[in-house]
Design a protein around this ligand. Structure first.
Ligand code: NAD
Length: 498
């Protein structure tokens, strides 16, 4: 018998076992001998129970005044803040990213929760004059009902909070399925809600696989919004499943983000940005820099500078404060990275550092790979086109600013991009012409703040944005209200047409 801790689903305010009676393991990718716990391998019956609880709770939650909902979220934020260090340590253990970054991930959830708590006293609509006498016009936001959330492993608590907090403040109830690699972080989020008095059924969590739990969460007739963050491949499946009944879907998907370095850039700064953008979170960010476009006049110098720094990145267990890059999240992801390194070589790119799995000593316990850089990358190569989601950076040469913009846009994705230049005209032109949802000047492609909209164009998203007040548009629908106090029938576009 294993003495591993058993974590349960959270349904209708209670911690309950799955009807399947089965569990799955959650292990530390930096040391696979460490078992963090056993989680419920749930099925459709569990999903149905969670959705029924959320549908029932919606009847009263939607009527709780938004400022009161905000007060509850404010307390949840305080709780997350008090538990920040423990939550972050557990997150590093379950997904591998370094402790500085998991503290950032938890902080992002705290920021989002405070932010949306404040929205409880705004949720602004508008009033506007009527075209008729003695008539009052206004818009109000109305919630939709039960929302299903399907989330990835790379931001285990931040991404769930981006979905949950705007949905709750608008008056919806939710069911979430965390990624199977990172359920513990969502358990921590549920605990904070439970401890701070979010009523039973308002938030529910069901753990398990995409097919057994994710699919019924999308298909269920009582679900009004599906919010998904993950790969473009699965996002397409979600979109198609929602289409027949016009179920709302908010999709945040893949990226192939570019950093442009012009000949007038501060090169040290551009190297700092590229290293953080490419190798932060072991390259497993949707906004990670995976393409660098460098002007020909500084190309060789830039490559020498970045390769030397990348060689010296300290890789290891993310709980060690001195470590700069953790492991890949699991063996599949490690194998994907190693596969793309081989593809890069076969396609003719030049590898200037890294390129192999780290072995020996403690490295043998986890899924560690060296930070890897390819140069001489061309636009026909697979490492230029395809999302790798690992610490592999491809560098291509450009001849001019116009070239750089064309190359930046040469991707099916459109999440994030950045330019390093001292020329304000080039910075603004790139800001206008690079077609992404997020753009940085003299900063890396990563580093979003919670009060700005987050999301991407093209095959990265379906037009919605997370975070900021933009998120409220996903979790509410506008109702236009006309109040006629004239006491007579007034016909729009008819009675006052002359
Ligand atoms: P993934 O698509 O494999 O899985 C995401 C979630 O979907 C998981 O919870 C998974 O269990 C579930 N799932 C898988 N198949 C499903 C199905 N058929 N039906 C329902 N649910 C299903 O992605 P991942 O590997 O967890 O995350 C990496 C991907 O996420 C990358 O492509 C990355 O770019 C993307 N991502 C995007 C953003 C963004 O905001 N644009 C943020 C983070 C990650």
């Amino acid at each position: 018998m294993s003495d591993a801790k058993i974590y349960k689903n959270f349904i209708n305010g209670k911690w309950v076992e799955s009807k399947s009676g089965e569990t799955f393991e959650n292990r530390n990718p930096a040391d696979t001998s460490e078992l963090l716990g056993l989680f419920q391998k749930s099925n459709e019956d569990d999903v149905n129970e969670a959705i029924a609880a959320a549908a029932e709770a919606y009847k009263s939650w939607r009527l709780v005044p938004a400022p009161k909902r905000g007060e509850m979220l404010y307390r949840v934020a305080n709780r997350l803040l008090a538990d920040k260090e423990r939550i972050s340590q557990e997150m590093t253990k379950e997904m591998g990213k370094i402790i500085k970054e998991t503290r950032g991930d938890t902080q992002e959830a705290i920021d989002m929760t405070y932010y949306m708590a404040g929205e409880g006293r705004r949720l602004l609509g508008m009033t506007t004059p009527s075209e008729m006498m003695s008539k009052f016009n206004m818009t109000i936001r109305q919630p939709l009902g039960v929302c299903s959330f399907i989330t990835p492993w790379n931001f285990p608590i931040a991404i769930p909070s981006w979905k949950m907090m705007p949905a709750l403040i608008c008056g919806n109830t939710i069911v979430i399925k965390p990624a199977t690699d990172t359920p513990l972080s969502v358990v921590n989020l549920m605990k904070a809600c439970e401890e701070e008095g979010i009523p039973p059924g308002v938030v529910n969590m069901v753990t398990g696989s995409g097919s057994k739990v994710g699919t019924p969460m999308i298909m269920h007739g009582d679900v009004k919004v599906v919010s998904f963050t993950g790969s473009t491949e699965v996002g397409r499946i979600v979109s198609e499943a929602c289409a027949p009944n016009f179920k709302h879907s908010c999709l945040e998907m893949g990226g192939k983000n570019v950093q442009i370095v012009m000949d007038d850039a501060k090169l040290e700064l551009a190297v700092d940005g590229a290293l953080w953008g490419a190798f932060g979170t072991t390259g497993q960010r949707c906004t990670a820099t995976s393409r660098l476009v460098v002007h020909k006049d500084v190309y060789n110098k830039f490559i020498d500078m970045i390769a030397e720094r990348a060689e010296n990145i300290k890789v290891g267990n993310g709980l060690d404060e001195s470590v700069e890059m953790g492991p890949c999240v699991n063996e599949d992801q490690l194998n994907t990275v190693l596969k793309y390194i081989e593809i890069g070589k076969t396609d003719g790119a030049k590898m200037v550092c890294g390129g192999e799995r780290l072995t020996g000593g403690d490295y043998d316990k986890g899924f560690f790979v060296k930070p890897t850089i390819f140069t001489d990358v061309t636009q026909d190569m697979r490492i230029w086109k395809e999302e790798i989601f690992g610490p592999v950076l491809g560098i291509a040469k450009c001849n001019s600013f116009e070239d750089a913009v064309e190359m930046a846009n040469d991707t099916i994705y459109g999440l994030s991009a950045s330019i390093y230049t001292q020329d304000i005209n080039k910075a603004y032109t790139a800001m206008r012409d690079v077609y992404t949802g997020i753009f940085y000047v003299n900063a890396p492609t990563i580093g979003a703040e919670t009060h700005l909209p987050f999301g991407g164009t093209k095959e990265t998203g379906n037009g919605h944005r997370e975070a900021a007040t933009a998120a409220l548009d996903v979790y509410s629908e506008w109702k236009s209200v006309y109040v006629d106090y004239s006491g007579v029938l007034q016909r729009a576009q008819i009675d006052n047409a002359e």
